[in-house]
Design a protein around this ligand. Structure first.
Ligand code: SF4
Length: 373
């Protein structure tokens, strides 16, 4: 991770983990923190699932997980893997045979839950299939489905029980000389998740998949995930993340990226800095930002845009952004380019104009990047 010597208070020191490959996506080590989501279509409907995978990939997902609850789903997985622009993680519960079938179908990773995959013999068969098909494994411990003996030992789901479950399964994989794995210890409770992940980070060098499970709807789940994942990422823990929302997978990807963007851990698309607006605003800030967010969705180049209602904060914010607009009087405002006041623009034409300026700047940044490579 590049460190910021000018603003040391922005530095995040990432935990040093081992790197594995999930298909062609590196996870762990110094690889960018991968963003994942999961489809919620029927896997037996490959067309619908492929459409959802493509939409998630278009939104920036590096990996997409697909549930494999039955044999028909495992069969459909082959077509989904073939059509997917990103590696597919197969989600396996209860039936170890689905894990074997998913590996055969070309999944790049099998997510198995130690609490419900069965005895060691069955896990061994899944490991063999993964190895034979160049497939990684995620040990996905969940507070809601811990093994019976751990619940008896600890009395209730708790961080220690989750970590013990995870480490037991790491041992099984290692005993089979299988090392292409990552691990998660998810709970819907932010405190429990955070404590479990911190202990896990101390106990293993395996790449860590972060998530707050069953986080809730778009707003509540986003906040819970931002608090839970945000503090762990800030501590340097986490190599791949999934935000679980009762919402469209594309929303999960967007929220995941926003969390990473807020911490300066990854950059993608336009980072809009906007004021909440008040009686001083020279134009309708809220409506403008809503429109710009939609109109700028196609921009993938990392860049910044400030949309500020008036001169109280406008020039200051514009100083630090690639493109800026600050409301003024008489139905027009000032456009800033690379931090400098450039020209005036009427409020009516400003949205189209800002979209053009952002597209121009994105093309310029892309060209500079290509020339440097
Ligand atoms: S920048 Fe201006 S318009 Fe925006 S909230 Fe502050 S004072 Fe109000």
């Amino acid at each position: 991770m590049s460190l910021n010597h000018v603003r040391p208070w922005r530095n995040i020191y990432r935990r040093k983990s081992r790197q594995i490959m999930v298909g062609n996506v590196p996870v762990g080590g110094d690889a960018p923190i991968a963003v994942q989501t999961m489809t919620n279509t029927l896997t037996t409907d490959p067309a619908a699932t492929i459409a959802q995978v493509q939409a998630a990939a278009e939104a920036g997902a590096d990996l997409v997980r697909v549930s494999v609850p039955d044999q028909a789903s495992a069969k459909a997985l082959k077509e989904i893997v073939r059509e997917s622009p990103v590696p597919i993680v197969a989600d396996i519960h209860f039936h170890y045979k689905r894990g074997i079938e998913a590996a055969e179908a070309g999944a790049a990773c099998l997510r198995i839950n130690p609490g419900n995959i069965g005895d060691e013999k069955r896990v061994a068969e899944v490991i063999k299939a993964a190895r034979d098909h160049n497939c990684s494994i995620r040990i996905g411990v969940n507070a809601g489905s811990l093994e019976k003996h751990l619940l008896e030992k600890y009395g209730e789901p708790c961080p220690d029980a989750m970590v013990e479950s995870g480490l037991d399964h790491i041992k099984i994989l290692q005993d089979h000389d299988f090392h292409e794995f990552k691990i998660s210890v998810k709970a819907s409770d932010v405190f429990m998740s955070a404590a479990a992940y911190q202990a896990l980070a101390e106990a293993t060098d395996a790449p860590i998949h972060l998530g707050i499970t069953e986080a809730g709807g778009l707003v509540s789940g986003t906040i819970k995930s931002a608090i839970g994942l945000g503090q762990l990422l800030w501590m340097g823990i986490g190599d791949t993340i999934r935000v679980s929302l009762s919402a469209d997978p594309v929303e999960e990807v967007k929220v995941g990226f926003e969390i990473l963007k807020s911490l300066g851990l990854r950059h993608r698309g336009v980072n809009i800095i906007s004021c909440p607006s008040c009686a001083r605003q020279g134009f309708d800030v809220i409506k403008t930002v809503e429109t710009l967010e939609k109109r700028l969705e196609h921009i993938k180049t990392p860049m910044s845009l400030s949309i500020i209602g008036c001169v109280v904060n406008g020039p200051g914010e514009a100083l630090m952004t690639d493109v800026g607009f600050t409301g003024g009087g008489a139905g027009s405002g000032m456009v800033y380019l690379a931090g400098k006041a450039s020209h005036k623009m009427s409020n009516e034409q400003m949205v189209d104009h800002i979209v053009e300026e952002v597209e121009k700047k994105a093309a310029e940044l892309d060209a500079t990047k290509d020339a440097a490579e």
